[in-house]
Design a protein around this ligand. Structure first.
Ligand SMILES: Nc1ncnc2c1ncn2[C@@H]1O[C@H](COP(=O)(O)OP(=O)(O)O)[C@@H](O)[C@H]1O
Ligand SMILES: [Mg+2]
Length: 348
């Protein structure tokens, strides 16, 4: 039962005719900037503490990546994902990973209808705009890879039929770094599929008290109003893709990523996929700042969340207290920042 993959109904981004550069006119990013500022405010009205967390999450969403959230229970990981989904008026699917979860529990199954004598596809929880995969390291490698296939391809194949996943499509997978017993830690190849990894961390005292105040009488999440919608987010993601990155900025990204491959403290450096994702995420940051071109600053801001989870330290480095994060910081310090020419800011 092979069928052609259904198209999502969303046209590929079109930016002018042949030969025309993707140069947004003045004000082209105004709607994106204004909307994303409102989304950020909405998310931060629910999730307290951790400045910058909402920005990175939204950059990953706009850059069409996926997010790995590593933290202990109860710090607001699920709340963060739900707050983003609600503010962009999108559907959330929730998957609690367990060792006995099967790939079909994620993707869906074909059910035989005795009345019509036909198979009917019942979609699983991946058919959502924002998929929260809780404790991904508790699932078997087979089920993990089913999710990763969805992340990479934006589609899933069940019994030979390919089904397109909705857009926007953001997987927020969580891992508890403390309780590792009986788990299947994500292999490097699979961690590499996540655009960024963040930790939420404990809020500071005043943020935690603010959380108590806000949740004393009501649940802020339940009252969160959408400030935009899915189709707008898809449009913004297209604008982000078309944002200008100069040759100097691209060289900077590649220089930074390549430096991880030569570092003596690393057993495994970052892949070319990391370069791609770093540039895409940097474009999203630039767009949210209302800039029509990427600056090295955007790249630096994202270097830790985009690169650290892909690096494997040598045993000696780990024992001497080096962390992937400190190593990324060191490389950011060391890699020469290109001096941008005026031409780097605009294509002509
Ligand atoms: N930083 C935070 N901001 C707002 N609420 C939080 C925060 N951390 C925890 N909470 C609250 O604690 C509870 C558990 O949060 P949840 O998102 O389910 O945690 P996790 O998914 O990390 O286990 C929720 O009621 C949530 O509102
Ligand atoms: Mg949770």
């Amino acid at each position: 039962m092979h069928t052609e993959p259904a198209t999502s109904g969303l046209a590929e981004p079109q930016f002018g005719g042949p030969g025309s550069q993707a140069v947004p006119g003045p004000g082209a990013l105004d709607e994106l900037v204004d909307t994303m500022a409102r989304v950020r405010a909405a998310v931060e009205s629910v999730v307290t503490g951790r400045p910058g967390l909402a920005d990175i999450t939204l950059a990953v969403l706009l850059a069409e990546g996926h997010l790995l959230v590593e933290d202990v229970p109860g710090v607001g990981k699920t709340t963060l994902a739900k707050a983003v989904a609600r503010s962009i008026d999108c559907h959330v699917g929730r998957i609690q990973f367990t060792p006995d979860l099967l790939p079909s529990d994620l993707t869906g199954v074909n059910i035989f209808r005795t009345g019509s004598h036909e198979f009917e596809f019942r979609p699983g929880p991946v058919f959502s705009n924002i998929v929260i995969g809780d404790e991904i390291n508790r699932a078997s490698p087979k089920t993990q890879s089913a999710l990763l296939e969805c992340m990479e391809e934006g589609q899933t194949t069940v019994d030979g039929t390919t089904h397109q996943l909705p857009r926007p499509f953001l997987v927020v997978a969580t891992q508890n770094p403390v309780e590792m017993e009986g788990t299947y830690p994500l292999p490097e190849a699979q961690r590499d599929r996540f655009m960024a990894r963040v930790t939420v961390g404990y809020p500071d005292t005043s943020a935690e008290i603010l959380m108590l105040d806000r949740q004393e009488a009501t649940t802020p999440l339940a009252h969160l109003q959408a400030v935009t919608d899915g189709p707008s987010m898809v449009r913004f993601a297209q604008q982000v893709r078309a944002l200008y990155a100069s040759p100097s900025v691209k060289r900077y990204v590649v220089g930074l990523v390549a430096a991880t491959r030569e570092h003596p403290s690393l057993r495994l450096g970052a892949s070319p996929r990391a370069s791609l994702q770093l540039l895409r995420a940097a474009k999203a940051m630039a767009a949210m700042a209302g800039r029509d071109h990427v600056l090295p600053d955007d790249v630096q801001r994202l270097a830790r969340p985009v690169l650290a989870h892909r690096l494997i330290l040598t045993t000696e480095a780990r024992l001497s207290g080096v962390t992937p994060e400190s190593l990324v910081d060191e490389l950011v310090q060391r890699t020469p920042v290109p001096a941008l020419e005026p031409a780097d800011r605009r294509p002509f």
